[in-house]
Design a protein around this ligand. Structure first.
Ligand SMILES: Cc1ncc(COP(=O)(O)O)c(C=O)c1O
Length: 824
């Protein structure tokens, strides 16, 4: 055992690894999670993993039982009803909820359970919906129902003041800070306001899925019993308070005991507890609270009788029957017992201790990281907010990383590099906008200007105006190990921390190169001279290209380069990212005959497309891709069905006839390195990509030395063609092209647009007709070619056609031509 692990066990050994459980953590991983094999999965807050033994048990159960529709009367229907009854009981037991007080209503997930409460809650104009700032969007969405029916809605922050002792006579131990009250003037008021009592709803998560902060469950009693004092007699908060706990994240690793904390509603999703099944959750509702819910819709399953042609319906009586529309997901319900069996055998308190030990270790280690200049590397969110009313922290660590100069690494960069190191984590705001704004210190105007800059959930705008728009989150599950946590820490240290005199600390761009072997071509080259070695044309975006000894230039770059695209029937542009097999489609253009030839291993005959386009279908259409608007020409059915066979899905071929840039506003182009000035066909970023053979040799040397010293995987020899270049050059030193502002080839002038930001696409390789994926060369490039969040390799160029010249027909590029860098 290494000394680091010994240290860890000294501190956390009492909690880590289920020392008193039926199996140790190492046995669990070796026998039930064999498939992980080197993968570090750290997104358990997103979805935890199912055990292989659990799935074997599910399979055996389904393969040997017959479960009928629970609404039928057959024997097999009653088998299903029995198993569902047992499943409901197991859910209630898990929350220590007596069936006398609570019911378990199955839903399609936590979100569906939240929607059900929002939809059926007895809102009135006197009601309020109050929620903690830290809440998932699926909880915030309840606001729409409240506001829509005239109720008020507001967020609160909760601060702890004294101990968690709650009784009517003691001082209330929390202080509540109320955010602005929201109301809708155009609210659709209920025709019949509920008469009598006013009902208010308070919602909070048992654990914040952004920071891991666990809210005190005492809030249930505090709000139900002391709301007047807590809210200081706020006039809008009269009436009875009901409390909803979003336990979707929290209940996988911490007990929520409803006998002690009698919330009215609790929501869960089972894949968050034990990985399988997805599409199944539950609303655990107190009987008296459930009775107040008013459900409009009726359906098969929830109706006792209805008459088709008059307004008559009699609903079923039981709480579950009233709320479970249609046929429940009964086979999934039958399988949850196999998941509960694992949690119950390990025990929730041991799971809590085990996952906490990993969280504390990671949190502490990240906080202690320093750059060589003493600057802090990591800001962990929630580490200083101990004033908030919480018991402790769930197994989540959310953070952002800084460079030695204090600027932020974008979270997308962290995610991309983590993935190259075999680490799966989550980035963004995790569907929790309130927590994100609070922890990142984003004001309303920051949030609105981020949206204006084009930032939406799921995108790549990770730093806007110098501030992160989200964070990186690692989270642990019952099967996580010390080795997972250690590999993650080593990754952060190796990729983001600068150490004294260390080369390769990853936060800056290293131009130093490794000597590369002489390939014998040196004799032709004069020292420091550069020559054009290959020209490549890719007529159809994402398909294979062809090389040629010479080729004419046009005002879009190399003539016909990326002039065609394939589009799916749903309007999606097909690329190798989504359809890797596209690299197996070969292309060739015969300029003299004016024909584009296309071939595919899936099509017997070679397709010929006349460049003068007699096969157009006559319909033009407008296409928008990454801020560029194109006019495209469609082709006839024969051409489209050939391509549909070649890519294995229905699609059509389009040819670019015109393109214009149309950035909506300047800031929209933040983070895009696309050439916005010149005319482009369907190429992503610029008219040309130039790759240097010397830089590729240097890269290959690094890949093989990394493989030899075991830093990365198996050595691979990467060809310049892996980067889909248009121009391959030789001569000079590796990376000499980094310093070029412009270049001249023959009589043609080109301006450098900077380095090309590489992605996972360069890790795809076509080997004997099979598309294979590895970590290389991106993993090695990431270790020494990172600049401001980008991994640069190759140079993007624009053809300078000369003022007022639309096209120079004689301009040709020719292999063998000399290249003159920085010549104008
Ligand atoms: C705290 C929290 N609440 C609610 C949800 C929504 O759960 P689901 O998508 O399973 O419905 C999630 C999902 O990530 C969550 O983390």
């Amino acid at each position: 055992m290494d000394t680091d692990k010994e240290e860890f066990l000294k501190e956390f050994g009492a909690d880590y690894g289920y020392p008193n459980g039926p199996k140790t953590i190492d046995e669990i991983r070796a026998t039930e999670f064999k498939r992980l094999d080197g993968l570090v999965y750290l997104d358990h807050a997103g979805a935890t993993l199912y055990s292989e033994l659990q799935m074997e048990a599910v399979f055996k159960d389904l393969a040997t039982s017959v479960y009928g529709n629970p609404h039928s009367q057959s024997d097999y229907s009653s088998t299903t009803c029995d198993i569902m009854r047992e499943a409901r009981q197991q859910v209630l037991d898990y929350f220590n909820a007596s069936p006398k007080d609570y019911k378990c209503i199955f839903t399609s997930g936590a979100t569906a359970a939240l929607k059900l409460v929002g939809e059926a809650f007895p809102w009135s104009r006197q009601s309020s919906f109050m929620y903690t700032m830290e809440n998932h969007n699926s909880v915030l969405g309840i606001r729409e129902y409240a506001l829509g029916q005239g109720a008020a809605a507001f967020a609160i922050d909760i601060e702890e003041t004294v101990h968690h002792v709650v009784s009517k006579s003691t001082v209330v131990p929390v202080r509540v800070y109320q955010h602005q009250i929201q109301r809708r003037s155009e609210a659709r008021f209920l025709e019949k306001e509920p008469i009598g009592d006013t009902y208010n709803l308070f919602a909070f998560p048992s654990e914040c899925n952004f920071s891991g902060l666990r809210f005190s469950l005492d809030l249930v009693k505090i709000i139900k019993e002391d709301s007047e004092r807590i809210l200081e007699g706020s006039s809008i908060c009269n009436g009875r308070w009901m409390v909803l706990i979003d336990a979707a994240k929290g209940c996988a690793t911490k007990l929520l005991d409803l006998s002690e904390h009698p919330a009215d509603f609790v929501v869960v999703s089972f894949y968050k507890l034990f990985g399988y099944p997805t599409g199944l959750g539950a609303l655990i509702a107190r009987n008296d609270a459930a009775k107040l819910l008013k459900k409009a819709y009726f359906s098969g399953g929830t109706v006792a009788a209805s008459i088709a042609d008059i307004d008559f319906v009699k609903r079923r009586e039981g709480v579950e029957e009233l709320f479970e529309d249609g046929t429940t997901s009964f086979l999934s319900i039958a399988s949850i017992r196999h998941g509960f069996k694992i949690l119950n055998s390990l025990t929730i308190s041991s799971i809590s201790g085990h996952t906490s030990s990993l969280t504390m270790y990671v949190r502490k280690t990240l906080l202690a990281l320093r750059h060589d200049n003493g600057a802090t590397v990591c800001t962990v969110y929630g580490s200083d907010s101990l004033k908030v009313s919480c018991h402790d922290w769930g197994p989540i660590v959310s953070f952002n990383l800084r460079r030695p100069d204090g600027s932020w690494f974008g979270y997308r960069e962290v995610e991309k590099l983590a993935s190259l190191s075999g680490i799966q984590l989550r980035t963004g705001c995790f569907c929790n906008p309130g927590a994100c704004a609070k922890y990142l210190g984003l004001s309303h105007s920051d949030l609105l200007s981020n949206v204006e800059a084009g930032h939406v959930c799921w995108d790549d705008y990770d730093v806007v105006n110098g501030k992160p728009t989200g964070a990186v989150r690692v989270s642990f599950g019952y099967m996580s190990t010390y080795e997972d946590a250690k590999k993650f820490i080593d990754f952060v240290r190796g990729s983001f921390v600068s150490l004294p005199n260390q080369i390769g600390c990853g936060y800056h761009f290293r131009e130093r190169s490794i000597p590369f072997p002489d390939k014998g071509s040196g004799s032709r080259l004069l020292a420091g001279s550069f020559y054009l070695n290959s020209i490549m044309i890719y007529p159809i975006k994402s398909c294979a290209g062809f090389s040629t000894a010479n080729w004419p230039l046009s005002n879009t770059g190399l003539r016909y380069d990326r002039e065609w695209i394939l589009k799916s029937l749903t309007g999606e542009i097909l690329t190798q990212k989504k359809v890797p097999e596209m690299c197996l489609i070969g292309t060739l253009i015969d300029l003299h005959r004016g024909i584009l030839f296309v071939e595919s291993p899936r099509c017997k005959e070679r397709l010929q497309i006349n460049l003068e386009s007699e096969s157009y279908n006559g319909s033009g259409e407008e296409i928008c891709i990454r801020g560029q608007r194109y006019e495209g020409q469609g082709y006839n059915n024969e051409v489209n069905s050939w391509f549909s066979r070649a890519v294995g899905q229905p699609c059509c071929l389009l040819r670019c006839s015109m393109s214009t840039s149309y950035y909506l506003n300047k800031s929209r182009s933040v983070g895009m390195c696309r050439d916005g000035q010149s005319r482009l066909n369907f190429s992503n970023e610029a008219q040309f990509l130039l790759i240097s053979e010397e830089s590729v040799s240097d890269l290959n040397n690094r890949i093989s030395s990394n493989a030899k010293n075991g830093s990365f995987g198996v050595p691979v020899e990467v060809s310049p063609m892996r980067f889909r270049p248009n121009l391959v050059i030789s001569g000079g030193n590796p990376y000499a092209e980094d310093g070029w502002r412009n270049l001249k080839i023959g009589d043609n002038y080109f301006t450098s647009l900077g380095g090309c930001n590489r992605c996972q696409m360069i890790n795809l390789v076509n080997e004997a007709g099979q598309v294979k994926k590895s970590n290389e060369p991106l993993a090695t490039l990431a270790s020494y070619r990172r600049v401001k969040g980008q991994i640069l390799f190759g140079l993007l160029l624009r053809y300078e056609i000369g003022d007022g010249v639309e096209q120079e027909p004689e301009s040709l590029l020719q292999v063998g031509q000399k290249i003159h860098p920085n010549s104008f």
